[in-house]
Design a protein around this ligand. Structure first.
Ligand code: FAD
Ligand code: SF4
Length: 347
């Protein structure tokens, strides 16, 4: 592990100020400045010399752990709330169960007890070449090339990839937040702003080292869930190589609402494990709106969501897997029989 400076902040303004100053000091070395939350991803990457930060700003003492109801009926998840606290929170379980389900499908109880919501959103890709410093990786070293292209691509993207990077975003939580139309609250040297979840993560394009649209020294302070009760028709379906302790090959989050005649009045679908960000296709969702859901329609929605999907050889199977997963997830959500939060075998 390389040498690095360590600072501990006690409030948001101090954390942002420390990060801003450290970035100015680090400019010559080009080494990044990182916020340290639960450390379950960052410290692993530092041990492997994948991340070699100039400075760590420890944010664990910031007052950002609360989960609180908002006056408009929404819910604010503090950036330092742990994944376990979020999944187990009574309001999340009652009104946003797709989020509980997605979080509980990931990692292990011990990890979820340490991992924070801000850290989960900002975790780095699980591309095996990103982790292997003996191979080229544009995300780790801009301009180095991409070891995955032409290599082992089982976990890699089928949508939105570029010639510079074919990695996927590993977060389950982010996929559920995408269907809840969550908004990410951030504070930086220029003040506060909110970023819609769908605009938070980026496609790799020609800058694959940028995972998201945070500006320099910006800190995630919270994630806001808009008001709503998404408990009647939802699911989080995660398909992976092992039933536990594995990242998604493909995952699907769905929330929908039906009127008294059974027609869909609102439907939102997001895919995980297939792109560099949670993948939503609004005109695919529109196919269901105002219609009574049935399998033929679900097949059309799946086809539309996967328009433009391209395999890399080792992951060609994901296109068919995703198609079937979308149809299964829509059946689960429409019938009000979601994938179990605890039994990970596919219902
Ligand atoms: C064995 C294993 C299995 C896992 N399986 C899954 C899985 O199946 N599904 C899944 O979704 N996840 C999985 N994870 C990932 C886990 O969820 C993340 O490691 C965790 O959520 C990261 O949170 P953290 O607080 O530990 O972040 P840290 O490791 O502290 O930080 C991660 C990144 O986020 C940045 N960061 C942290 N907080 C903020 C903030 N407030 N503002 C801006 N940037 C910030 C850090 O600088 C760093 O770059 C797994 C992890 C392990 C080790
Ligand atoms: S896919 Fe992206 S993260 Fe993986 S080796 Fe290529 S550039 Fe690096």
């Amino acid at each position: 592990m390389n040498r690095f400076d360590y600072e501990r902040a006690s409030d948001v303004a101090q954390a942002v100020g420390l990060a801003d100053r450290a970035m100015a000091n680090a400019a010559e070395s080009a080494a990044p400045v990182r916020f340290l939350a639960g450390g379950t991803n960052l410290v692993d990457l530092m041990k492997e010399d994948v991340e070699c930060p100039h400075t760590l700003i420890d944010v664990n003492r910031l007052p950002l752990r609360a989960i609180e109801e908002l006056p408009d009926g929404g819910l604010r998840l503090g950036a330092l709330a742990t994944n376990a606290e979020t999944a187990d929170h009574p309001v999340v379980r009652a009104r946003y169960p797709v989020l509980s389900s997605a979080i509980l499908s990931g990692a292990t109880r011990q990890l979820r007890n340490a991992a924070t919501d801000g850290g989960n959103l900002n975790q780095r890709t699980r591309c095996c070449y990103f982790y292997d410093t003996a191979t080229p990786c544009n995300k780790r070293t801009p301009g180095a090339g991409c070891g995955a292209i032409g290599g082992f691509t089982r976990m890699h993207a089928i949508l939105g990839a570029s010639e510079h990077c074919v990695a996927t975003n590993p977060s389950d939580m982010a996929v559920a937040l995408a269907v809840l139309d969550a908004r990410v609250r951030v504070t930086g040297p220029q003040g506060e702003r909110t970023i819609p979840l769908l605009d938070y993560h980026r496609l790799p394009g020609d800058q694959p080292w940028r995972d998201n649209n945070l500006a320099a020294a910006e800190l995630v302070t919270a994630v806001d869930l808009p008001p709503g009760d998404f408990s009647a028709h939802y699911t989080y379906l995660k398909l992976r190589d092992r039933l536990s302790y594995a990242f998604a090959l493909v995952s699907v989050a769905v929330v929908l609402a039906r009127d008294d005649a059974g027609r869909c009045t609102d439907v939102r679908i997001a895919l995980g494990g297939v792109a560099h960000k949670p993948w939503r296709v609004l005109d695919a969702e529109a196919l269901l709106r105002a219609n009574a859901p049935d399998r033929a329609l679900f097949e059309q929605v799946a086809a539309r969501m996967l328009d433009g999907a391209v395999g890399l050889g080792g992951n060609d199977f994901k296109i068919e897997l995703a198609r079937r997963a979308i149809v299964r997830a829509l059946e689960q959500a429409a019938s009000g029989r979601p994938q179990s939060h605890t039994d990970k075998r596919i219902a």
